[in-house]
Design a binder for this molecule. Structure first.
Ligand code: FPP
Length: 249
């Protein structure tokens, strides 16, 4: 992971404002980035992994407590096998290459999504870093892999039904907390800011429950081009907004 501190760091100058405690990112546009350069889609994802390093490093430096990255959706299995394989290879590489830095910087890794269908090598790599970083408290990096917001809600509903059937939960007690506590993100504060690259105005089955009051920011750039100046612009846009959570402000 690049530890390039040469850019002006607003965390030290304090001039960005009240930062979000949880940022979520839809890292879109790797394929188009590659196509524009006559490269394979897998090469686009590899370049995208560099922007992942920037996002993790800068978020940690700024004191952002949670960063959630959409790395592989439940629907992404329909992509060509070579591309799917390359995405899991990148996940393994990321775990191997960044493990020490995550330990050093107090970052905990937490995979969200259904990990059972993942290749064994990917599951093992993730598990090793989750175990090595489980006591880290400064930031949590949530990586969404084989994740879908609808799949997550279906799973929560099934778990509630099971608990009702077992008699440990009464239907009258099914409230927001009952649902939230059965999500993959149980106990994690909702994202304050969701950033999507490549100019697409879609949520794409990401954190459907958790994004209820998140501020949205769409950057026109393709994910591999998402650099710190662009991330800083997104954060500055967030800090200028007035959040009302359904009230009148
Ligand atoms: C969407 O772009 C991107 C993905 C489905 C994968 C994102 C993965 C990475 C950035 C690299 C690995 C991540 C980690 C955490 C190690 P797209 O392929 O849909 O692009 P397109 O819309 O231009 O085709």
């Amino acid at each position: 992971m690049s530890a390039d501190d040469s850019t002006t760091d607003p965390a030290t100058t304090g001039d960005i404002g009240d930062l979000p405690q949880h940022v979520a990112m839809i890292m879109d546009g790797n394929g188009r980035w590659a196509k524009q350069r006559g490269l394979t889609r897998s090469e686009g994802h590899r370049e995208g992994a560099k922007a992942v390093r920037m996002a993790v490093t800068k978020s940690r430096e700024l004191g952002i407590r949670h960063l959630t990255l959409y790395a592989f959706s439940s629907q992404n299995w329909s992509r060509p096998k070579a591309e799917v394989d390359s995405l899991f290879s990148l996940l393994v590489e990321f775990c191997e290459n960044e493990k020490q830095l995550m330990i050093d910087k107090g970052i905990r890794l937490n995979l969200i999504g259904d990990r059972d269908p993942l290749p064994l090598v990917a599951r093992a790599a993730v598990k090793a870093v989750e175990a090595a970083t489980r006591r880290n408290r400064d930031m949590v990096l949530h990586v969404a892999v084989n994740y879908g917001g609808r799949e997550e809600l279906v799973r929560a509903a099934r778990r509630i039904a099971e608990d009702v059937a077992r008699g440990v939960l009464s239907p009258a007690d099914v409230d927001e907390r009952a649902i939230e506590s059965r999500l993959w993100t149980a106990g994690v504060p909702d994202p304050d800011l969701i950033i999507r690259t490549s100019g697409e105005l879609r949520v794409s089955n990401f954190l459907l429950w958790q994004l209820a009051y998140a501020e949205m920011y769409v950057d026109e750039c393709l994910w591999p081009d998402f650099d710190w100046p662009r991330y800083e612009l997104a954060l500055r846009s967030y800090t200028r907004r007035e959040r009302r959570f359904g009230g009148v402000g």
